[in-house]
Design a protein. Sequence first.
Length: 126
Amino acid sequence: MKSSEHYRRLTNSLCAFCLVFFTLAAQANTSRIFVLSADEWARPRSGAVIAEFQAVRAAVRYWDKVDNAVIIVHYPGEDSGELWAAELRDWLISLGVPSDYIRLVAGTQAADEIRLLVGDRNELEQ
């Protein structure tokens, strides 16, 4: 009798723990950051080359999985960074991301990279 009571309490405790764990996991921030370096970007670009960039491929794949997702392109603030970001936005559009799901934001600390932040629009645009 004692062992079945102990087993029931243990099972109830385990179920309560799992419920709390999965609730917290569902509320966790779902954003991901993908980094595209200037060295990668220096390669001659074409549709095939852009699709080979790990950061671009992973960002588009993740954008496609997340409901109501947006891609925020954080780029270096100077003119060359703005040109880089604008061209990357055009390539993202050619890969199937609608322009209203892409935001360009100037002012990354690193001058030699662009960061693609992908996540739920409601989380990222607050």
